[in-house]
Ligand binder design. Structure first.
Ligand SMILES: NC(=O)c1ccc[n+]([C@@H]2O[C@H](COP(=O)([O-])OP(=O)(O)OC[C@H]3O[C@@H](n4cnc5c(N)ncnc54)[C@H](OP(=O)(O)O)[C@@H]3O)[C@@H](O)[C@H]2O)c1
Length: 300
C-alpha cells in the first residue's frame, strides 16, 4: 500500500480525509505533536516542528505528503507571538520536512498542501478572484503566500498541488458550529455589513478533493477549494435559517463590536472576497454538495 504522510492529520480536515485515503487504498501516517498509538490501520508519528524534531526514518518510502498542520487562525487574538506561531507552524514545519527529505535523497512523488482563500487578501472588493489573481497585502495573505512558497520548494522533485480552502462546513468543528447554535436560538444576524463574501466548501467535498488531487496526476499548482464562491454572508445566514426553519430578522451586529473583541482577527468575520472555483471542476472534481441548501441539509 502506498504510504501517505499527513501533517496535522488529527484536525478537522484530517479526520474526514483519513477514512477516504484508506478506502482509496493508501496507508495513512499522521505526523502529530502528541504521542499516539496505531489505531484502525493509521500509524502516528510524533514530531516537534517548533524544535525541528522529526524521525527521518519514518519519512522513508513515503509516496505522498499532505500538509494540513498549522496553529488555528481563528482561535486566539492575533498578537505578535500568535502571528509568528501561525506562520511558523505552517512554513517552518514544511521547511523541516523538505530538509529531511533532502538529506534522505528521496522526495514524495506528490505534495499537497492546504492554503486558504485568504491568499487574495480579506478586504471585500468587487470582482471574482481566480488562481491567476495576485495575492493580497494583509496578514492572512502573507501567511498563505509564505505557506505556498514553502510547498513550492518541493518542485521539481514532487508534483505540488495547493488547495486554497474556503470556509469549511462541518458539524464537528469550524465556523458552522457556532452559527448553528445562534440560528437554532433564532439569534442569527449578519456580522457587520453582511455584504462580505463567504466562499464555502462542505467537509466531505474538501477531503474528497485531497484524494482526487492525489490520484489525478495532471493536477499541479494552486486550486481554489470552494463550492460556491460568490455568496454574501447575509445570504449564507439567511439560507441557514431557512433550512433550519428558524427566523432571520435580527439586526446586523455592528462591525465595531467584533473589532473591539477580536482586534485584527475580526477581518475573518467582517471581510471576504468572491472566489472562482472553476479550475478544480475543470480538473475533474465533481462536487457532492454544490449548493448551500444541499450542504446544510446533509449536516442537519
Ligand atoms: N477549517 C477551515 O475552515 C479551513 C479553511 C481554510 C484553510 N484551512 C487550513 O487547512 C488546514 C487543516 O485545517 P483543519 O480545520 O483541519 O485545522 P485544525 O482542525 O485546526 O487542525 C490542524 C492540526 O494542526 C496541528 N497543529 C496545531 N497547532 C500547531 C502548531 N502550533 N504547530 C504544528 N502543528 C499544529 C494539530 O495537530 P497535532 O496537535 O496532532 O499536532 C491540529 O490537529 C489548516 O492549516 C487550516 O489553516 C482550514
Amino acid at each position: 500500500m502506498k504510504k501517505v504522510i499527513i501533517t496535522g492529520g488529527t484536525g478537522l480536515v484530517g479526520q474526514s480525509l483519513i477514512p477516504k485515503l484508506k478506502k482509496a487504498g493508501f496507508s495513512p501516517n499522521v505526523l502529530s505533536r502528541s504521542k499516539r498509538s496505531e489505531k484502525g490501520g493509521v500509524e502516528f508519528i510524533q514530531w516537534n516542528p517548533a524544535l525541528k524534531k522529526v524521525d527521518s526514518d519514518e519519512l522513508k518510502e513515503c509516496d505522498a505528503l499532505i500538509h494540513l498542520a498549522g496553529a488555528n487562525v481563528g482561535s486566539k487574538r492575533w498578537n505578535k507571538s500568535r502571528k509568528a506561531e501561525i506562520i511558523s507552524s505552517r512554513v517552518d514545519s514544511l521547511n523541516l520536512l523538505y530538509h529531511e527529505f533532502e538529506k534522505l535523497g528521496v522526495f514524495p512523488k506528490t505534495v499537497i498542501s492546504a492554503s486558504a482563500i485568504g491568499y487574495y487578501g480579506m478586504k471585500t472588493s468587487p470582482g471574482i478572484y481566480d488562481e491567476q489573481s495576485p495575492n493580497g497585502n494583509d496578514f492572512l495573505a502573507e501567511v498563505c503566500s509564505r505557506w505556498e512558497e514553502a510547498a513550492h520548494q518541493f518542485n521539481p522533485h514532487s508534483r505540488v498541488v495547493i488547495l486554497r480552502i474556503g470556509v469549511v462546513l462541518s458539524n464537528k468543528g469550524g465556523a458552522l458550529v457556532p452559527l448553528n447554535k445562534l440560528t437554532n436560538l433564532g439569534l442569527s444576524s449578519p456580522l457587520g455589513s453582511g455584504k462580505q463574501y463567504m466562499p464555502w466548501i462542505h467537509i466531505d467535498d474538501l477531503s474528497s478533493m485531497f484524494v482526487h488531487a492525489l490520484m489525478e496526476n495532471t493536477m499541479a499548482g494552486p486550486y481554489n477549494a470552494v463550492s460556491q464562491g460568490d455568496i454574501t454572508q447575509k445570504d449564507f445566514l439567511k439560507t441557514l435559517a431557512k433550512v433550519r426553519k428558524k427566523p432571520f430578522f435580527m439586526p446586523n451586529v455592528p462591525a465595531f463590536v467584533f473589532k473591539l473583541i477580536f482586534g485584527e482577527m475580526s477581518q475573518i468575520l467582517l471581510e471576504g472576497k468572491a472566489i472562482n472555483g472553476d479550475k478544480i471542476k475543470k480538473a475533474g472534481y465533481n462536487f457532492m454538495y454544490p449548493t448551500l441548501e444541499s450542504a446544510f441539509k446533509s449536516l442537519m
